[in-house]
Write a protein that binds this ligand. Structure first.
Ligand SMILES: [Zn+2]
Length: 288
């Protein structure tokens, strides 16, 4: 029997940016809603996108609070339920290191991580992210600073008991093991780590406990489905008119999932696992 489109499955976008200043804002969320989208994990944009410079911890607190406010507005103005995820993007941290000094950047960044953690403790956000390492080459010193900051994030998340969304260079099986070791050392359960923009290495990720979050491209999800259904899905939509087509759009998750359902690659149980059970498990929340 052909499944009824948009009837039973409510989609989750595990990593999306909404940017009313440079993009479509709430209208983009409504696009997601119209195709059956129900939950989003709203990741803050950078200080640069918000046209402030990352000179102090307070600059980041402004971005975090802006994102938390935007998330509330999404909850009020759409049928989508939004959960804020706040942190320092590694590209932003690299920029800070280059602009001032690694020591000073690290100091500000750690204070910003504390500020993010505080908001998670107050239930104003659900996770720290995106944090990690840049996807382009940087000096050994800066890379070491990124790893040092990541250890600090893991220790903070361990104290709070919250998940971490990671941004990294392109990731291999070895990297999953490396990050697992780093997490264990910092006292954080690897099952609290989400690898954003993950390759479809579902088994390798699963063996470390780390959750892979996959971009909603057909090819990617077909590969993933061949290894299991322990993963999350994301658009990594950046909502920026200056960079159209930089990533997949807000409707992509629904489109890809319905296509795979029709093709018999996914069944409804798989979709429920990816868009509800897995999400509830990693974030320790309850979805309707
Ligand atoms: Zn992102």
């Amino acid at each position: 029997m052909r499944p009824q489109k948009q009837a039973d499955v409510q989609f989750t976008d595990n990593h999306i940016h909404i940017d009313p200043l440079n993009g479509d804002g709430i209208a983009a969320v409504k696009k997601f809603e119209r195709v059956g989208g129900k939950y989003i994990f709203l990741v803050n944009k950078t200080t640069m996108d918000c046209k402030i410079s990352p000179d102090t911890c307070e600059c980041f607190e402004r971005i975090f609070d802006y994102t938390i406010g935007l998330s509330g507005e999404i909850n009020e103005r759409t049928g989508v339920r939004s959960f804020p995820v706040i942190g320092i993007h590694p590209a932003e941290f690299v920029y800070m290191c280059e602009r001032s000094s690694i020591g000073r950047a690290g100091e500000i960044a750690r204070r910003a991580v504390d500020a993010a953690g505080k908001r998670v403790m107050e239930d104003r956000a659900v996770a720290i992210g995106e944090v990690g390492r840049p996807h382009y080459p940087v000096s050994g010193e800066i890379l070491a600073a990124c790893n040092g900051l990541l250890e600090y994030v893991f220790a903070t998340a361990s104290d709070i008991g919250c998940p971490v969304q990671m941004h990294t260079e392109s990731f291999t099986e070895r990297n999953f093991l490396e990050i697992k070791e780093m997490a264990v050392k910092a006292g954080l359960d690897p099952r609290k780590i989400i690898k954003h923009y993950s390759p479809p290495l579902i088994k390798a990720a699963g063996s470390t406990g780390i959750w892979p979050s996959l971009i909603a491209s057909k090819e990617n999800i077909i590969k993933a489905a061949g290894e299991g259904n322990r993963f999350l899905m994301e658009s990594d939509y950046i909502d920026d008119r200056r960079r159209p087509g930089a990533v997949v759009g807000p409707k992509s998750i629904a489109r890809v999932c319905m296509g795979l359902l029709d093709a018999g690659i996914f069944d409804e149980d798989d979709l429920l696992k990816v868009h509800k059970d897995n999400v509830e498990e990693v974030y320790d929340i309850e979805l309707d």
